[in-house]
Design a protein around this ligand. Structure first.
Ligand code: 13P
Length: 254
């Protein structure tokens, strides 16, 4: 199948210059599986992108946590895809649930952002996931399919997309999805891609899990057939991020 394990570290709105330097130093000295085994992308806040980009080990990549929906211009407070590329940043996280819920980003707006970022040559970690109410109402698959559909309707090439399934109820709560719960949704998402995009895209697109991933639970989650990696929040600010990267070894032996 050849889907390389992928681990993103989403630092969210955290860090001072000193703290960022410390995290980078921990990452730089960490012993991790080789680039052939795991693709690593860390995502600091915009203001720290140049610092991280210039000091982080070259085998780790850097992502922004968001970008504007189209070409830059008179859009106060926004950062464009072109600016990221100008800083040699090649990845961006789009559609994170915190932006969907707190900043009101709709499925369509996220789809437009993904399409524009890809069109400019960025690689995208596109986030989807259901709330607790939606899960309890039995509509998890319907919700993530609608979120994926809004992206699929606007793009034709999936080779630069990583799909991050992040159930909202598991984000920052310490309530990680069980390996079976994660696998079930990842399986359904791959099936959706197969039926609605193409078998080739279903087979090659990385579907990663996010929500309370840590050094203690990552190995078991990584062992699931359709879990191709993680998007890590809180634990990506700590040395245990290195342990999470090591869970890629599980995949190598399956
Ligand atoms: O939102 C997340 C990553 O994007 C997950 O956050 P936590 O790992 O802190 O639950």
């Amino acid at each position: 199948m050849g889907r390389k394990f992928f681990v993103g570290g989403n630092w969210k709105c955290n860090g001072t210059t000193e703290e960022v330097k410390k995290i980078v130093s921990t990452l730089n000295s960490g012993e991790v599986p080789s680039e052939d085994v795991v693709e690593v992308v860390v995502s600091p806040p915009f203001v720290f992108l140049p610092l991280v980009k210039t000091t982080l080990r070259p085998d780790f990549h850097v992502a922004a946590q968001n970008c504007w929906v189209k070409k830059g211009g008179a859009f106060t407070g926004e950062v464009s895809a072109e600016m990221l590329l100008n800083l040699d940043i090649h990845w961006v996280i789009l559609g994170h649930s915190e932006r969907r819920a707190i900043l009101g980003e709709s499925n369509e707006f996220v789809g437009d952002k993904v399409a524009y970022a890809l069109s400019q040559g960025l690689k995208v970690i596109a986030c989807i996931g259901e709330t607790l109410e939606q899960r309890e109402a039995g509509s998890t698959v319907e919700v993530v399919a609608a979120q994926t559909k809004a992206i699929a309707a606007r793009i034709s090439d999936w080779s630069n997309v990583v799909l991050a399934y992040e159930p909202v109820w598991a984000i920052g709560t310490g309530k990680v999805a069980t390996p079976a719960q994660a696998q079930e949704v990842h399986y359904e998402l791959r099936k959706w891609l197969k039926e609605n995009v193409s078998p080739q895209v279903a087979d090659s697109t990385r579907i990663i899990y996010g929500g309370s991933v840590n050094g203690a639970n990552s190995k078991e989650l990584a062992g699931q057939a359709d879990v191709d990696g993680f998007l890590v929040g809180g634990a990506s600010l700590k040395p245990e991020f290195i342990d999470i990267l090591k869970s890629a070894e599980v995949k190598k032996s399956t």
